[in-house]
Design a protein. Structure first.
Length: 282
């Protein structure tokens, strides 16, 4: 689970906010600079310089849906105003202005984000004890120095609430900041305690967890989750191999101990012959 703090064109971000865009194509002019750790569902936070402050601030974020690489023309034809500009010419001018070579590169990287949200007021990281280098290039991993930085930012967002303008024009009077904070904590906990299975074991586990509504975390294939209405269900695949049941039961008890204070939690084993609720075992 990764969270990226990315310096943004303030005009582009304001365009998305004013138009209440819930999905955006966050383009980058340097397709060769790929992220080493950024997965579907991870967070990208918008880091902008405001007119009245020297310090940059986080003003919102989105969840990664997919990463693309395409030409300028294809990107405009595919995403239009989701690129953050009202016209193709304005989009081109922004690329030239923000590209250090002052040209439109042959390829652009697109980070397509969904469930985009903007804060009611900007967050200056120094105010919550998070310090970012003033010489930041274009982005950094938010949790690199503080593994709870993302949770702190989402907790702040939950306190100040959703931007009133975007909530009004998109008919969204609720926010998911608390849910995103909880999912982030869930993913971090599962990644920290993840088991290492072979490729063959992972393939067999994925075959058991074939339900499309089950969400996975990064490359962990033996376990998925559903999280709705503050109820969390973890699904753990029990493949038919020696000691696998005992290993998964121990793993489930560890996760239950780590997560039970934060979630209304249920753990369900998905076996080849039947499903077992872990509470039925103990």
């Amino acid at each position: 689970m990764a969270s990226i703090l990315h310096i943004c064109d303030a005009q582009m971000i304001e365009f998305h906010r004013i138009n209440g865009n819930k999905t955006i194509n966050f383009w980058r002019p340097s397709p060769s600079k790929r992220f080493s750790n950024f997965h579907i569902g991870d967070y990208l936070f918008f880091y902008v310089r405001l007119a009245n402050r020297k310090e940059k601030a986080i003003v919102g974020y989105g969840h990664l849906a997919k990463i693309t690489s395409m030409s300028f023309n294809n990107m405009w034809n595919t995403y239009k105003e989701e690129n953050g500009y009202a016209s193709k010419e304005a989009f081109k001018e922004a690329i030239i202005r923000l590209n250090k070579d002052n040209i439109v590169p042959a390829k652009l990287t697109g980070l397509y984000l969904h469930d985009v949200a903007f804060f009611q007021s900007p967050l200056f990281l120094s105010e919550i004890g998070i310090h970012i280098s003033k010489r930041l290039g274009s982005y950094c991993y938010l949790d690199k120095e503080d593994d709870m930085a993302t949770a702190k930012v989402l907790r702040y967002a939950n306190e100040v609430g959703l931007d009133l303008w975007t909530s009004m024009i998109s008919n969204d009077n609720s926010d998911n900041f608390k849910k995103d904070e909880n999912i982030y904590i869930l993913k971090q906990t599962i990644i920290e305690h993840a088991l290492i299975l072979s490729n063959r074991q992972n393939r067999k586990a994925m075959h058991l967890l074939h339900d499309a509504s089950i969400k996975f975390i990064n490359n962990i294939k033996y376990m998925g989750y559903r999280y709705d209405d503050d109820k969390l269900i973890l699904y753990m695949a029990i493949i038919d191999e020696p000691n696998m049941l005992e290993m998964m039961v121990g793993h489930a008890l560890l996760l239950k101990k780590e997560l039970h204070d934060k979630f209304n939690l249920k753990i369900c084993f998905i076996c080849e012959n039947k499903n077992i609720n872990v509470d039925d075992i103990f």
